[in-house]
Every structure is written in structure tokens, then in C-alpha cells.
Design a protein around this ligand. Structure first.
Ligand SMILES: CC(C)(COP(=O)(O)OP(=O)(O)OC[C@H]1O[C@@H](n2cnc3c(N)ncnc32)[C@H](O)[C@@H]1O)[C@@H](O)C(=O)NCCC(=O)NCCS
Ligand SMILES: Nc1ncnc2c1ncn2[C@@H]1O[C@H](COP(=O)(O)OP(=O)(O)OP(=O)(O)O)[C@@H](O)[C@H]1O
Length: 388
């Protein structure tokens, strides 16, 4: 099962995107719909709300008076917290029930308005954000639902801002244009990314690694952070540390578009136990990515990434493996020393130009250089008091 988290601010176009994904065959779980279901007349949810807020939040027919409740909570953070405290756990339980009944090969799209606010991003294989500027959203909500501008703005103020959404977005869908435009983007996302991603997770096979050397992309740091958040969630208390390592972690240096990650855990047993859990989270077992010394290091287990849109190479090892410290030392020394970075970049370009970045000769040249500079990096560590 592939779990896709779909979110965006009020009126951004989540329902528009969700219904297109459903047309393609996704199984939709709609948090707003569940939030209504768990407070229907006769439910313990509605009883809890009445106990907390009093009878005045009930309509004449005994159902929740939603406009009255909205008036109450969207201008009062404490009251909103109390309502969320009642409704969100009930929504969570019902969601877990629906997820457990989903077929093994389902692509589940979970439409959750408060995904960012409730820190849920790392629990999905992929987070999809739909966005449109606030003024556009306010206008659309007024036109389509007759929502007064002040009400729309109060809800926008109660939600995460664009920067927080960007930080967790694996895919950012701009819905400031026509509905047709965003639907076309969804079509491509479905066929080129979600369908193969689901198959890779189910069959426990990594997406292919890219071969060519490309210039440093600052987006690598964000992609690494998102992957590490997922890995930490899976590893739980077994994790000693989880890091972005390798060439993509160093500015100015060209690299293959594959994010190198390192997960250090308490013991060799933990490395084995984590294998299937990492695979379920979208990091299936993989071959060592290149025939170099780092890849060949003793007692390292390799995983890849199942997402065709984001190749990764994840090494999992016990925290007392000397190779863990070395990867961090080389990364931090290169980050600190611009001359060393320039030299490293030159070696990589020269050899990739001759043999291609997937050629053993390239890996060997790169590795020889890294071996040669280890003594320098160690001196730097001693002088600066560096510790991993
Ligand atoms: C306050 C309530 C009764 C207002 O009902 P109403 O029918 O007007 O709105 P509806 O539930 O359809 O929500 C519409 C949109 O409002 C926004 N919104 C709703 N609740 C919240 C909240 N607690 N915080 C921020 N935004 C919210 C979301 O963008 C949502 O998509 C209702 O929204 C509610 O019970 N909210 C608390 C539960 C919740 O957080 N639901 C959101 C997803 S779990
Ligand atoms: N690209 C677009 N151009 C014009 N109108 C749009 C576009 N996308 C969505 N809309 C309209 O804007 C309104 C809000 O869109 P939609 O319901 O998909 O947003 P939402 O994020 O699901 O909203 P909510 O947060 O309330 O659940 C709807 O009436 C929809 O038809």
C-alpha cells in the first residue's frame, strides 16, 4: 500500500486534486468527512463536544450547529484546541480502521487539511501539497460557497503558512491557474510517479539510481531532511543518529542525483530488525551503489528509495562501525574547506567526463582521493575539536 498525504490551506483545491486521483483509481480517505461522521447525532464525539461547550452548540434538530461552532473556534485558539482535542483522536481511530481494510496494492490518498499542523508528514510515503495564493483562495471560497471574506481569513490564520507547507512537500502543485491545468499535472504525477512508487514498495525494489553527474542542487538538503524524518520515525528508539552524507550533502560539488543517507543504530541486530520496516516505509533493500570503499565497508546494509521521483542510497550500520564516523568527518571537512571542495569537484568532473559517473574507474578515482585526504581531515578534526 502506498500512503499519500494530501494537504493545502482552505480552498487551495485539495478536493479538486483528490477527485482526480480517485478517478485514476486511488482510494480516498477524507479527514473532513470523517470529522463530520464522528460527531453525528448519537455519537460519543458529539456528547463530548456538548459536555465541553454546552447545549448552545447544538442545532434545533440535535445535530452539531457547525456555523455556531465555527464562529466560536476560529476566533479563539484555546477553544479550537479543546475542539481539536476531542475530534482529532476520534478521526485518528476511524482513519486507522479504514487504512487497515485497504487492499495491499492500493494507492491511498489521505486528504488531511491539518497534516502540517499535526506533524503527520513523516508517516506518509509521499506528501502532496496543493497551493494557491491566499487572495485567490478567499475569492474562490466566496464565489463557490458564499463564505464571507472574514471567515475565510480567520481559518487561514488558524492554519500553517506556506513556508511550513513547503518544508514537508515532496510534490508542490500550483493551483493558481485553471482546474484543467492542475488536473493535467495530477495525471502525470499519477502515471509517472505514484503508480511505479506503489509497485516498488509492494515488490520491495528500489527505483533506479541516476547515472550522470549534475550540479549541486540546494533542494537536495530538503529532500534529505524529509527522508531522514521518515527513517527516524521508523527506527524509533533504535536510532543513534541519521544523517545526510556524501556529495549531495556538500555545497558546490557535482554529484549523481542520488541522496546518500546514513542510519546508525544501536547494534547489528537492530540493522536486521529494521530491514522490513524500512522497506514498508519506502526504503527497500538494495545493492551497494558503487564498487568503492565506502560502499564496500564491512557490516553495512544498503537500502534504496522506492520513489522514482527521489532516488536515495541509505546505508544502515551499527553506531560503533568506524565507517559511520568517517562518512561524517569527510562531509563536515568538505563543508568547512572550500579549497578541498574545489579539488573534490575537479576530480569528480574529470573522471566522470572520461568514464561516466557509473563507471568503476570514476568511483575508484573519487575513492582514492577521499582516502588520500583522510589524514588531512583528521588533522582538521583535531585542530577544531570536531566530533561527529
Ligand atoms: C468547526 C467546525 C464545526 C466547522 O465546520 P464547517 O462545516 O464550517 O467546516 P468543515 O468541517 O467542512 O471544514 C472546512 C475547512 O475548515 C478548515 N478547518 C476545519 N477545522 C479546522 C481546525 N480545527 N483548524 C484549522 N482549520 C480547520 C479546514 O480547511 C477544513 O477543510 C469543523 O470544522 C470542525 O469540527 N473542526 C474541528 C475538526 C477538524 O480539525 N477538522 C479538520 C480536519 S480533521
Ligand atoms: N484552479 C481553479 N480555478 C478556479 N476554481 C477552482 C480551482 N480549483 C478549485 N477551484 C474551486 O475553488 C473551490 C475550492 O476548491 P476545493 O474545494 O477543491 O478546495 P479544498 O482545498 O478542498 O477546500 P477545503 O479546504 O474547504 O476542503 C471549489 O469551489 C473549487 O471548485
Amino acid at each position: 500500500m502506498l500512503r499519500v498525504g494530501l494537504t493545502g490551506g482552505i480552498g487551495a483545491g485539495k478536493s479538486t486534486v483528490a477527485s482526480r486521483l480517485e478517478e485514476h483509481g486511488a482510494l480516498l480517505i477524507d479527514a473532513d468527512a470523517i470529522a463530520r461522521e464522528v460527531v453525528e447525532p448519537g455519537t460519543p464525539g458529539l456528547a463530548a463536544i456538548v459536555a465541553e461547550f454546552g447545549d448552545e452548540v447544538l442545532a434545533e434538530d440535535g445535530s452539531l450547529d457547525r456555523p455556531a461552532m465555527a464562529e466560536r473556534v476560529f476566533n479563539d485558539e484555546a477553544a479550537r484546541g479543546r475542539l481539536n482535542g476531542i475530534v482529532h483522536p476520534l478521526v485518528g481511530e476511524r482513519t486507522a480502521e479504514l487504512l487497515s481494510g485497504a487492499p495491499e496494492d492500493a494507492i491511498v490518498v489521505h486528504d488531511v487539511p491539518l497534516l502540517v499542523e499535526n506533524h503527520l508528514a513523516p508517516s506518509y510515503h509521499l506528501v502532496l501539497i496543493v497551493n494557491a495564493p491566499a487572495d485567490v483562495r478567499v475569492r474562490r471560497l466566496a464565489e463557490s460557497r458564499g463564505m464571507p471574506e472574514a471567515d475565510a481569513r480567520a481559518r487561514i490564520a488558524a492554519q500553517a503558512d506556506e513556508q511550513r507547507r513547503r518544508a514537508v512537500a515532496d510534490v508542490w502543485l500550483d493551483n493558481s491557474g485553471s482546474p484543467e491545468m492542475v488536473r493535467t499535472e495530477v495525471d502525470t504525477l499519477w502515471s509517472e510517479r505514484l503508480v511505479p512508487f506503489e509497485a516498488n514498495v509492494r515488490l520491495r525494489r528500489p527505483a533506479p539510481w541516476n547515472r550522470e553527474l549534475v550540479e549541486h542542487d540546494p533542494a537536495w538538503l530538503d529532500a534529505a531532511r524529509r527522508a531522514l524524518d521518515r527513517i527516524r520515525l521508523v527506527a524509533g528508539e533504535r536510532v543513534t543518529r541519521a544523517d545526510h552524507i556524501g556529495a549531495t550533502a556538500v555545497p558546490d560539488v557535482p554529484a549523481r542525483d542520488v541522496i546518500d543517507l546514513q542510519l546508525a543504530v544501536r547494534s547489528a541486530d537492530d540493522v536486521d530488525t529494521l530491514g522490513p520496516l524500512l522497506a514498508d516505509a519506502g526504503f527497500p533493500p538494495a545493492m551497494s551503489p558503487a564498487p568503492d570503499a565506502v560502499s564496500r565497508a564491512q557490516d553495512v546494509v544498503w537500502h534504496g528509495g522506492a520513489d522514482p521521483g527521489r532516488p536515495v542510497a541509505l546505508r544502515v550500520l551499527a553506531d560503533d562501525n568506524p565507517s559511520a564516523r568517517r562518512a561524517l568527518l569527510l562531509r563536515d571537512w568538505l563543508r568547512a574547506d572550500s579549497d578541498a571542495r574545489a579539488e573534490y569537484a575537479r576530480i569528480k568532473r574529470e573522471h566522470a567526463g572520461v568514464s561516466g559517473a557509473d563507471h568503476p574507474r570514476y568511483a575508484e578515482a573519487k575513492q582514492t582521493w577521499l582516502n588520500d585526504v583522510t589524514a588531512k581531515a583528521e588533522r582538521w578534526a583535531a585542530e577544531t575539536g570536531w566530533t561527529p
